[in-house]
Design a protein around this ligand. Sequence first.
Ligand code: HEC
Length: 115
Amino acid sequence: MKKLIVAIAILTLIWACSNSEANNKGSEASSETAAANAPKEIDGEKIYRQNCVICHGLYGDMGASGAFNLTTSELTVEERIQVITNGRNAMTSFKALLNEEKIKAVAEYTLELKK
Ligand code: HEC
């Protein structure tokens, strides 16, 4: 009988330990998802890669479909925001695809392409 109690005690201990480990993991996982759900900083480079590379190329100088060379563009951020928002000639308008903040972020990123 004593052996049984000891065995139960050990089992309880093991269970308690593994359980607390599981709990720790649980809280880690939930803090990870919280971080993933937190509003991320808008990444202009990522937006550029997703929306602009097809015409402007990775470095802004590809010029597909007559796309202007962004590495030599003299436009200000405001003018870029205008072109990106409303489009111009063969350049598509992005106002339906990107919100104001994203357009601003990608416009700022295109300035970085300038050599
Ligand atoms: C369908 C191809 C295409 C896509 C996609 C595209 N562009 Fe353009 N872009 C053009 C063309 C063509 C022009 C030249 C417009 C003109 O002739 O007036 C241009 C012009 C520009 C200009 C003006 C440059 C200058 O010096 O006048 C900027 C800034 C620009 N694009 C940024 C972007 C950004 C940022 C994106 C992604 C959000 C993007 N473009 C996506 C084709 C494209």
